[in-house]
Write a protein that binds this ligand. Structure first.
Ligand code: SF4
Length: 316
Protein backbone atom coordinates (compact mmCIF):
# COMPACT_ATOMS: atom_id res chain seq x y z
CA UNK A 1 0.00 0.00 0.00
CA UNK A 2 1.33 3.43 -0.91
CA UNK A 3 0.71 5.61 2.14
CA UNK A 4 0.78 9.37 1.51
CA UNK A 5 2.99 11.14 4.02
CA UNK A 6 1.04 14.16 5.17
CA UNK A 7 2.89 14.77 8.43
CA UNK A 8 6.44 14.06 7.30
CA UNK A 9 8.17 16.56 5.06
CA UNK A 10 11.53 16.86 3.47
CA UNK A 11 14.33 16.37 3.91
CA UNK A 12 14.47 20.15 3.55
CA UNK A 13 17.37 22.56 4.01
CA UNK A 14 17.16 24.53 7.20
CA UNK A 15 19.26 27.59 7.91
CA UNK A 16 19.60 26.51 11.54
CA UNK A 17 19.70 22.72 11.32
CA UNK A 18 21.26 21.73 7.99
CA UNK A 19 19.39 18.92 6.22
CA UNK A 20 16.34 18.24 8.29
CA UNK A 21 13.46 15.80 8.10
CA UNK A 22 10.34 17.47 9.46
CA UNK A 23 7.68 15.73 11.51
CA UNK A 24 4.60 17.91 11.69
CA UNK A 25 2.69 17.15 14.87
CA UNK A 26 -0.29 19.42 14.34
CA UNK A 27 -2.77 20.27 11.57
CA UNK A 28 -1.91 23.33 9.47
CA UNK A 29 -1.64 26.51 11.59
CA UNK A 30 -2.59 24.93 14.91
CA UNK A 31 -0.60 27.35 17.00
CA UNK A 32 -0.56 29.24 20.28
CA UNK A 33 0.29 32.44 18.41
CA UNK A 34 -0.65 34.37 15.29
CA UNK A 35 2.66 36.13 14.58
CA UNK A 36 2.43 38.98 12.10
CA UNK A 37 5.54 37.65 10.33
CA UNK A 38 4.29 34.06 10.00
CA UNK A 39 5.15 32.75 6.54
CA UNK A 40 2.40 30.15 6.74
CA UNK A 41 -0.43 32.67 6.86
CA UNK A 42 -2.89 33.60 9.56
CA UNK A 43 -3.73 31.40 12.57
CA UNK A 44 -7.53 31.29 12.46
CA UNK A 45 -7.87 30.81 16.22
CA UNK A 46 -4.72 30.57 18.37
CA UNK A 47 -5.05 27.85 21.03
CA UNK A 48 -3.09 26.96 24.15
CA UNK A 49 -4.91 23.79 25.14
CA UNK A 50 -2.96 20.60 24.51
CA UNK A 51 -4.65 17.66 22.77
CA UNK A 52 -3.82 14.81 20.41
CA UNK A 53 -4.34 17.11 17.41
CA UNK A 54 -2.94 14.43 15.08
CA UNK A 55 -3.50 10.91 16.46
CA UNK A 56 -0.33 9.09 17.47
CA UNK A 57 -1.29 6.07 15.33
CA UNK A 58 -1.28 8.21 12.18
CA UNK A 59 2.12 9.71 13.00
CA UNK A 60 3.47 6.26 13.83
CA UNK A 61 2.28 4.84 10.48
CA UNK A 62 3.89 7.68 8.54
CA UNK A 63 7.18 7.62 10.45
CA UNK A 64 7.48 3.84 10.04
CA UNK A 65 6.64 4.14 6.32
CA UNK A 66 9.36 6.75 5.87
CA UNK A 67 12.02 4.68 7.57
CA UNK A 68 10.92 1.50 5.77
CA UNK A 69 11.86 3.10 2.44
CA UNK A 70 15.58 2.55 1.82
CA UNK A 71 15.65 5.39 -0.67
CA UNK A 72 14.19 7.91 1.78
CA UNK A 73 16.00 6.63 4.83
CA UNK A 74 19.36 6.81 3.02
CA UNK A 75 19.46 10.64 3.18
CA UNK A 76 22.23 11.82 5.47
CA UNK A 77 20.05 13.82 7.80
CA UNK A 78 21.52 16.34 10.22
CA UNK A 79 18.37 16.40 12.34
CA UNK A 80 14.83 15.16 12.62
CA UNK A 81 12.87 18.25 13.49
CA UNK A 82 9.59 18.24 15.35
CA UNK A 83 7.98 21.34 13.94
CA UNK A 84 6.02 22.08 10.82
CA UNK A 85 2.97 24.16 10.40
CA UNK A 86 2.18 25.11 14.00
CA UNK A 87 3.30 24.51 17.59
CA UNK A 88 4.44 20.89 18.09
CA UNK A 89 4.22 20.88 21.91
CA UNK A 90 0.44 21.32 21.60
CA UNK A 91 0.21 17.64 20.63
CA UNK A 92 0.05 15.34 23.66
CA UNK A 93 1.46 12.54 21.46
CA UNK A 94 4.85 14.34 21.58
CA UNK A 95 6.60 11.96 24.05
CA UNK A 96 5.47 8.83 22.19
CA UNK A 97 6.64 10.27 18.86
CA UNK A 98 10.07 11.08 20.33
CA UNK A 99 10.33 7.56 21.77
CA UNK A 100 9.41 6.01 18.41
CA UNK A 101 11.96 8.11 16.51
CA UNK A 102 14.68 7.20 19.00
CA UNK A 103 13.92 3.51 18.40
CA UNK A 104 14.11 3.91 14.61
CA UNK A 105 17.09 6.22 14.14
CA UNK A 106 20.20 7.61 15.77
CA UNK A 107 19.74 10.98 14.01
CA UNK A 108 19.54 13.73 16.64
CA UNK A 109 16.09 15.15 17.29
CA UNK A 110 15.40 18.88 17.40
CA UNK A 111 12.27 20.53 18.74
CA UNK A 112 11.42 23.76 16.93
CA UNK A 113 8.97 25.51 19.20
CA UNK A 114 7.69 28.96 19.97
CA UNK A 115 8.24 27.98 23.61
CA UNK A 116 4.93 29.27 24.94
CA UNK A 117 4.06 26.12 26.92
CA UNK A 118 7.24 25.54 28.92
CA UNK A 119 5.71 26.86 32.11
CA UNK A 120 3.88 23.51 32.14
CA UNK A 121 6.24 21.03 33.89
CA UNK A 122 4.76 18.17 31.84
CA UNK A 123 5.75 19.86 28.56
CA UNK A 124 9.28 20.45 29.90
CA UNK A 125 9.59 16.80 30.94
CA UNK A 126 8.45 15.60 27.52
CA UNK A 127 10.67 18.02 25.59
CA UNK A 128 13.72 17.05 27.66
CA UNK A 129 14.05 13.82 25.64
CA UNK A 130 15.24 15.64 22.48
CA UNK A 131 18.83 16.64 21.68
CA UNK A 132 18.27 20.31 21.02
CA UNK A 133 15.39 22.69 21.71
CA UNK A 134 14.97 25.79 19.56
CA UNK A 135 12.51 28.14 21.25
CA UNK A 136 11.76 31.72 20.21
CA UNK A 137 11.39 34.90 22.17
CA UNK A 138 10.79 38.07 20.17
CA UNK A 139 9.69 40.45 22.91
CA UNK A 140 9.58 40.92 26.66
CA UNK A 141 6.96 43.68 26.85
CA UNK A 142 3.35 42.53 27.09
CA UNK A 143 2.06 45.26 24.75
CA UNK A 144 4.52 44.30 22.00
CA UNK A 145 3.76 40.61 22.54
CA UNK A 146 0.10 41.39 21.82
CA UNK A 147 0.97 43.29 18.63
CA UNK A 148 3.77 41.14 17.21
CA UNK A 149 2.86 37.61 18.32
CA UNK A 150 -0.92 37.97 18.85
CA UNK A 151 -1.20 35.13 21.42
CA UNK A 152 -4.06 32.82 22.36
CA UNK A 153 -6.08 34.20 25.29
CA UNK A 154 -4.39 33.55 28.63
CA UNK A 155 -0.78 33.49 27.39
CA UNK A 156 1.45 35.81 29.37
CA UNK A 157 4.96 36.65 28.17
CA UNK A 158 6.27 36.83 31.78
CA UNK A 159 5.14 33.25 32.37
CA UNK A 160 6.66 32.20 29.05
CA UNK A 161 10.04 33.61 30.13
CA UNK A 162 9.67 31.87 33.52
CA UNK A 163 9.00 28.63 31.62
CA UNK A 164 12.18 29.08 29.56
CA UNK A 165 14.20 29.70 32.73
CA UNK A 166 12.76 26.54 34.31
CA UNK A 167 13.54 24.61 31.11
CA UNK A 168 17.17 25.76 31.29
CA UNK A 169 17.41 24.65 34.93
CA UNK A 170 16.08 21.17 34.21
CA UNK A 171 17.22 20.36 30.66
CA UNK A 172 20.70 19.01 29.96
CA UNK A 173 20.53 19.32 26.15
CA UNK A 174 21.22 22.39 24.04
CA UNK A 175 18.90 25.39 23.89
CA UNK A 176 19.22 27.67 20.86
CA UNK A 177 17.01 30.70 21.40
CA UNK A 178 15.86 32.62 18.34
CA UNK A 179 14.98 36.31 18.43
CA UNK A 180 13.29 37.63 15.32
CA UNK A 181 13.41 41.38 14.81
CA UNK A 182 10.72 43.37 12.99
CA UNK A 183 11.50 46.96 12.09
CA UNK A 184 9.58 49.53 14.15
CA UNK A 185 8.39 46.95 16.69
CA UNK A 186 11.01 45.13 18.76
CA UNK A 187 14.12 46.88 17.39
CA UNK A 188 14.04 49.86 19.78
CA UNK A 189 16.79 50.29 22.44
CA UNK A 190 14.36 49.74 25.36
CA UNK A 191 13.11 46.40 24.04
CA UNK A 192 16.60 45.28 23.04
CA UNK A 193 17.78 45.98 26.61
CA UNK A 194 14.89 43.90 27.99
CA UNK A 195 15.67 41.06 25.59
CA UNK A 196 19.35 41.14 26.57
CA UNK A 197 18.33 40.93 30.26
CA UNK A 198 15.96 38.03 29.53
CA UNK A 199 18.71 36.17 27.65
CA UNK A 200 20.98 36.75 30.68
CA UNK A 201 18.60 34.79 32.92
CA UNK A 202 17.44 32.16 30.41
CA UNK A 203 21.09 31.31 29.60
CA UNK A 204 20.60 29.54 26.26
CA UNK A 205 23.58 27.81 24.63
CA UNK A 206 23.11 29.98 21.55
CA UNK A 207 21.16 33.11 20.72
CA UNK A 208 20.23 33.26 17.06
CA UNK A 209 19.25 36.65 15.69
CA UNK A 210 16.97 36.68 12.73
CA UNK A 211 14.62 38.95 10.84
CA UNK A 212 11.67 38.62 8.50
CA UNK A 213 12.99 36.95 5.36
CA UNK A 214 9.80 36.78 3.36
CA UNK A 215 6.54 38.72 3.62
CA UNK A 216 4.40 37.52 6.51
CA UNK A 217 0.67 37.80 7.12
CA UNK A 218 0.81 41.52 7.90
CA UNK A 219 2.36 44.43 6.06
CA UNK A 220 3.77 45.65 9.43
CA UNK A 221 6.21 42.73 9.46
CA UNK A 222 9.16 44.59 8.01
CA UNK A 223 12.70 43.27 7.87
CA UNK A 224 15.57 44.94 9.76
CA UNK A 225 18.90 45.37 7.99
CA UNK A 226 21.91 43.07 8.34
CA UNK A 227 23.75 46.16 9.63
CA UNK A 228 21.23 46.40 12.50
CA UNK A 229 21.67 42.71 13.36
CA UNK A 230 25.47 43.13 13.32
CA UNK A 231 25.22 46.17 15.56
CA UNK A 232 23.07 44.49 18.24
CA UNK A 233 24.82 41.11 18.06
CA UNK A 234 27.56 41.83 20.68
CA UNK A 235 24.94 42.93 23.23
CA UNK A 236 23.69 39.32 23.38
CA UNK A 237 27.09 37.94 24.32
CA UNK A 238 29.61 35.58 22.74
CA UNK A 239 27.04 32.81 22.25
CA UNK A 240 25.01 35.01 19.88
CA UNK A 241 25.04 34.67 16.11
CA UNK A 242 23.12 35.92 13.12
CA UNK A 243 21.32 33.10 11.38
CA UNK A 244 23.47 32.47 8.35
CA UNK A 245 22.00 32.11 4.90
CA UNK A 246 21.66 28.46 3.95
CA UNK A 247 24.76 27.02 2.33
CA UNK A 248 24.73 24.06 -0.02
CA UNK A 249 26.17 20.74 0.99
CA UNK A 250 27.07 18.12 -1.54
CA UNK A 251 25.33 15.33 0.44
CA UNK A 252 21.92 16.79 -0.09
CA UNK A 253 22.48 19.45 -2.71
CA UNK A 254 21.06 17.18 -5.40
CA UNK A 255 17.65 16.75 -3.76
CA UNK A 256 17.27 20.46 -3.20
CA UNK A 257 18.59 21.37 -6.63
CA UNK A 258 16.14 19.00 -8.27
CA UNK A 259 13.17 20.60 -6.50
CA UNK A 260 14.51 24.06 -7.31
CA UNK A 261 14.81 23.10 -10.98
CA UNK A 262 11.21 21.81 -11.03
CA UNK A 263 9.93 24.98 -9.37
CA UNK A 264 11.95 27.13 -11.75
CA UNK A 265 10.60 25.25 -14.77
CA UNK A 266 7.03 25.66 -13.46
CA UNK A 267 7.50 29.38 -12.81
CA UNK A 268 9.00 29.88 -16.27
CA UNK A 269 5.69 28.76 -17.74
CA UNK A 270 3.57 31.02 -15.51
CA UNK A 271 3.73 32.90 -12.19
CA UNK A 272 2.34 30.76 -9.34
CA UNK A 273 1.21 31.22 -5.78
CA UNK A 274 2.60 29.06 -3.00
CA UNK A 275 -0.54 26.90 -3.04
CA UNK A 276 -0.33 26.48 -6.86
CA UNK A 277 3.16 25.05 -6.37
CA UNK A 278 2.07 22.81 -3.49
CA UNK A 279 -0.66 21.31 -5.65
CA UNK A 280 1.36 21.10 -8.87
CA UNK A 281 4.40 19.48 -7.24
CA UNK A 282 2.71 17.53 -4.45
CA UNK A 283 4.82 19.26 -1.80
CA UNK A 284 3.88 20.51 1.66
CA UNK A 285 3.55 24.25 2.36
CA UNK A 286 6.63 24.22 4.60
CA UNK A 287 8.77 22.57 1.90
CA UNK A 288 7.64 25.01 -0.79
CA UNK A 289 8.27 27.97 1.53
CA UNK A 290 11.79 26.84 2.33
CA UNK A 291 12.77 26.28 -1.30
CA UNK A 292 11.17 29.56 -2.43
CA UNK A 293 13.06 31.25 0.39
CA UNK A 294 16.37 29.94 -0.97
CA UNK A 295 15.50 30.92 -4.52
CA UNK A 296 14.55 34.45 -3.41
CA UNK A 297 17.83 34.74 -1.49
CA UNK A 298 19.75 33.66 -4.59
CA UNK A 299 17.83 36.16 -6.74
CA UNK A 300 16.47 33.45 -9.06
CA UNK A 301 12.86 34.48 -8.56
CA UNK A 302 10.87 37.46 -7.31
CA UNK A 303 7.49 37.81 -5.62
CA UNK A 304 4.72 40.24 -6.45
CA UNK A 305 1.18 41.02 -5.24
CA UNK A 306 -1.72 40.69 -7.63
CA UNK A 307 -5.42 40.90 -6.70
CA UNK A 308 -4.58 40.33 -3.04
CA UNK A 309 -2.51 37.20 -3.77
CA UNK A 310 1.27 36.73 -3.64
CA UNK A 311 2.75 35.28 -6.83
CA UNK A 312 6.25 34.06 -7.55
CA UNK A 313 7.89 34.39 -10.94
CA UNK A 314 11.27 33.98 -12.54
CA UNK A 315 13.52 36.98 -13.05
CA UNK A 316 13.88 37.55 -16.79
S1 SF4 B 1 4.65 30.60 16.26
FE1 SF4 B 1 5.45 30.03 14.26
S2 SF4 B 1 3.76 28.93 13.25
FE2 SF4 B 1 2.89 30.01 15.01
S3 SF4 B 1 2.15 31.93 14.14
FE3 SF4 B 1 4.21 32.32 14.94
S4 SF4 B 1 5.57 32.00 13.19
FE4 SF4 B 1 3.59 31.06 12.66
Amino acid sequence: MNLALTHIFGPVPSRRLGLSLGVDLVPFKTCTLDCIYCELGKTAAPVNKRAEYVPYEQLEREIKTFFASKDRASHKLDYITLSGSGEPTLNTALPRVIELLQKLTKTPIALLTIGTLFNDPEVRREAAAVNVILPSLDVVSADLFAVLNRPAPGLDVKKIIAGLIALRDEYRGKIWLEILFCRGLNDNPKEIKRLVEAVGVIKPDKVQLNTVVRPGTMIEAVTVTQAFLKEVLPKFGPQAEIIAPFSKDSDYGKTIEKTEETILATLKRRPCTKSDLEQALGLKAVEVIKILDLMLEKGEIKSLEHSGKRYFQTIV
